[in-house]
Design a protein around this ligand. Structure first.
Ligand SMILES: Cc1cc2nc3c(=O)[nH]c(=O)nc-3n(C[C@H](O)[C@H](O)[C@H](O)COP(=O)(O)O)c2cc1C
Length: 320
């Protein structure tokens, strides 16, 4: 599959996830078979102020290609300028966030609230298309709420204004993350536009991925929460889609080994002190399902250093 002129060699992507899908996690997911990854959302206004935190969110590495940088905001010229700046970090694609349900983001005019202003959606896509010479994609939801389901309209407007692909999460903004993702709306969007459609929402297993592709005809699927503490899911989906083969679940030793590599990589990128606090969220997800998960979760929340973390890992392995 191609997004614009960018080749995507596979059918599973990692979803953008603020606070978790950072460079270390994206690199890991690519190693485990994610064919495409998207950065955490970055504020277009933040980019224009060039805040240090914002700029660090934009840093990409060669090990995570092809990769999109996702930006949010609502002012076409500011979004265009932010996209131009983001291109200097060498992403393959610019993705526009029109799906974030967070009140803080929506109050500033960005994310899912844009779906209530179809004309503005088109203007934003057009402004960014005119500003950069790499593909531009848009991530949307089903609509604002059950009375305002307009994903098809928004997808068409985005396509007409130059978007190169659409990702659709099959929930309304009102649903946030509740209920289930609607496959029908993904199918409707796929049948209404001719650019690639990436389906998203509730993929927790290889069977879910296959089901979404079969039922909606989407060109690719995107996995978010199910990849947390479980980057193995990309290989599992790839094997299942290609060969109908079910891979066995990773052993505890394998999980601990990957968790160590992941946490070390976070600390290398962000420094040990800040890195370990950021890593706690991931560690909690890696230990989910282990026999003493509740105790491990409590311990994970108190980790202060890589030395603490090393002891934590030894304890897990010694208790097998
Ligand atoms: C912690 C977290 C952070 C997220 N951050 C973003 C984001 O920055 N940009 C975005 O478009 N979607 C974001 N999302 C939404 C996901 O990309 C995805 O659409 C959603 O989780 C549904 O997919 P899933 O069921 O596979 O998790 C986030 C989701 C989670 C759980």
């Amino acid at each position: 599959m191609k997004i614009g002129n960018v080749n995507i060699n596979g059918k599973v992507a990692l979803a953008p996830m603020a606070g978790v899908a950072d460079r270390a996690f994206r690199e890991l997911c690519v190693r485990f078979g994610a064919a495409y990854v998207v950065s955490e959302m970055v504020s277009s206004k933040g980019i224009s102020y060039a805040s240090e935190k914002t700029i660090s969110l934009l840093t990409l590495s060669e090990c995570e290609k092809p990769c999109a940088i996702q930006i949010f905001g609502n002012d076409p010229p500011v979004m265009a300028q932010a996209a131009r700046f983001a291109v200097s970090q060498n992403p393959d694609i610019i993705d526009i966030n029109m799906g974030c349900p967070a009140p803080k983001v929506n109050k500033s005019g960005g994310g899912a609230v844009l779906m209530r202003e179809p004309k503005l959606c088109g203007e934003i896509v057009r402004a960014i298309k005119d500003a950069v010479d790499i593909p531009v994609t848009v991530k949307i939801r089903k609509g604002w709420d059950d009375n305002n389901i307009n994903a098809v309209l928004i997808a068409k407007i985005c396509e007409d204004n130059g978007a190169d692909a659409i990702t659709i999460h099959g929930r309304t903004r009102e649903q946030m993350y509740r209920g289930t993702a609607d496959l029908n709306i993904i199918k409707e969007v796929k049948n209404s536009i001719s650019i690639p459609v990436i389906g998203n929402g509730d993929i927790k297993s290889p069977e879910d991925a296959k089901n979404m592709i079969c039922k909606t005809g989407c060109d690719m699927v995107m996995v978010g929460r199910a990849a947390l503490g479980n980057p193995f899911i990309f290989n599992e989906i790839n094997e299942y889609l290609s060969y109908k083969k079910k891979l066995s679940a990773p052993t505890i030793e394998e999980k601990v080994d990957i968790m160590k590599q992941h946490v070390n990589s976070i600390c290398k990128n962000k420094g040990e002190r800040f890195g370990i606090t950021q890593a706690r969220r991931h560690i909690i997800m890696y230990v989910k399902g282990l026999s003493n998960a509740a105790k491990l979760r409590d311990e994970a929340c108190k980790l202060e250093s890589l030395e603490d973390f090393s002891k934590f890992c030894d304890n897990i392995l010694n208790s097998i």
